[in-house]
Design a protein around this ligand. Structure first.
Ligand code: HEM
Length: 355
């Protein structure tokens, strides 16, 4: 277990000595967790490169405007209510819509898309009942079908207007990436968005409603102040608390000997509360700078969804803060009983009137 910031950073930075490929573990098989967002190791590099280019080609300003409109619609539809479950009512639909809109081709507005995303997201939580887990698997199969169908018809138009699917359709022939690997990676991307986005949003809102004055402050933040606030919310309560790596050859870390095939677990949540790096680490300080967290990982396995995750957080949290600057916890939320992922199954929040 690696808990100090510097040691975690050393492991994350040295991808040759500490590999993310679980097949290199001595106990491979028994202890390899299911990771729905992970790209298959053999296809990773070319697929990652192509997906990264497809993301870069998108107009994130336009996407943010689209997601903002959707978010306002959700908030307006709930006007007059005194309580909302932030996870089910806002975080899951906004994360689903944003991912669908980024993919493009009308996916986000397709019949049943949002409901299917809701079932898939619920099925991937540690609190799912056997029935919900079963429904979640069916929903993921259905989403894969929807994605593949959209991909097939995603022709024409300019790269910037068309979403990730159209970009890939236009550029797939130039790259040596098998179609099956690409569509598989797209599914992994969508499931990662449904898995991680709502957790990030729920954790952040929980911190905000428990820290007096922070919602009004967020409502008016923009530019570097907003960037600093989002970084702090992500550092303070990150969805990813731990990541595993396999040691590829004998080494020493923090005075401990490690053998090839050993498994090390990097405790990101602990590193982010290391007082050597983050003064008063248990305090939510929305203006904290510098804030060198690595909540999105580092290096060749780092999160591909960073621009989407940040966009969702920026839009939903600021819109919610503007609509409900006086929101408070209605009751304690229900935390997910998961060993390494942190999120809420429900997050009931008392909301007043729009100012
Ligand atoms: C919201 C949309 C998101 C998408 C589409 C997404 C997508 C992905 C994908 C595809 C990977 C695997 C990359 C690979 O295998 O090469 C990944 C890894 C990762 N993501 Fe995300 N992600 C999202 C949100 C988040 C959030 C909110 C966090 C945490 C704040 C996060 C943290 C991570 C981390 C730490 C890894 C590295 C895992 C590892 O090295 O084992 N992601 N993400």
């Amino acid at each position: 277990m690696i808990s100090r910031y510097e040691d975690c950073l050393a492991v994350l930075r040295d991808n040759a000595l500490f590999t993310a490929d679980p097949r290199r573990l001595r106990d491979a098989g028994a202890l390899v967790p299911e990771r729905s967002g992970t790209l298959a190791p053999e296809d990773r590099a070319p697929v990652r490169e192509l997906l990264t280019d497809a993301f870069r080609a998108q107009d994130f300003g336009q996407l943010a405007a689209d997601v903002r409109e959707f978010t306002r619609h959700l908030l307006t539809a709930r006007e007059g209510r005194t309580e909302t479950d932030f996870v089910a009512d806002l975080a899951v639909p906004v994360a689903s819509y944003a991912a669908g809109a980024l993919f493009g081709g009308g996916l986000a507005r397709r019949d049943g898309f949002l409901d299917t995303c809701r079932d898939a997201a619920r099925g991937m939580t540690a609190g799912a009942t056997p029935e919900e887990a079963e429904a979640g698997l069916r929903a993921r199969a259905l989403l894969s079908q929807m994605l593949r169908a959209e991909y097939r018809y995603a022709h024409g138009g300019s790269d910037r207007r068309g979403g990730v699917l159209r970009y890939l359709r236009l550029h797939e022939a130039e790259r040596a990436v098998a179609l099956e690997a690409l569509t598989g990676a797209l599914c992994a991307l969508l499931f990662a968005a449904l898995n991680s986005g709502p957790r990030l949003l729920g954790n952040a809102l929980n911190a905000l409603v428990r820290t007096p004055g922070s919602l009004p402050r967020l409502a008016t933040a923009n530019g570097p102040r907003l960037t600093a606030a989002l970084d702090e919310l992500i550092r303070y309560d990150s969805p990813f608390q731990a990541q595993d790596r396999a040691v590829t050859s004998a080494t020493t870390l923090g005075g401990r000997r490690l053998a090839a095939g050993d498994r090390v677990r990097i405790l990101l949540g602990s590193a982010h509360r290391d007082p050597e790096v983050f003064p008063h680490p248990d305090r939510l300080d929305l203006s904290r700078t510098p804030n060198p967290h690595f909540a999105f990982g580092l290096g060749p396995h780092a999160c591909l969804g960073v621009p989407l995750a940040l966009l969702e957080a920026r839009v939903l949290l600021t819109e919610f803060a503007a609509a409900h600057p006086d929101a408070t916890p209605a009751r304690p939320g229900l935390r997910e009983p998961h060993p390494t992922l942190r999120g809420f199954l429900t997050l009931p929040v008392a909301v007043g009137r729009r100012p």
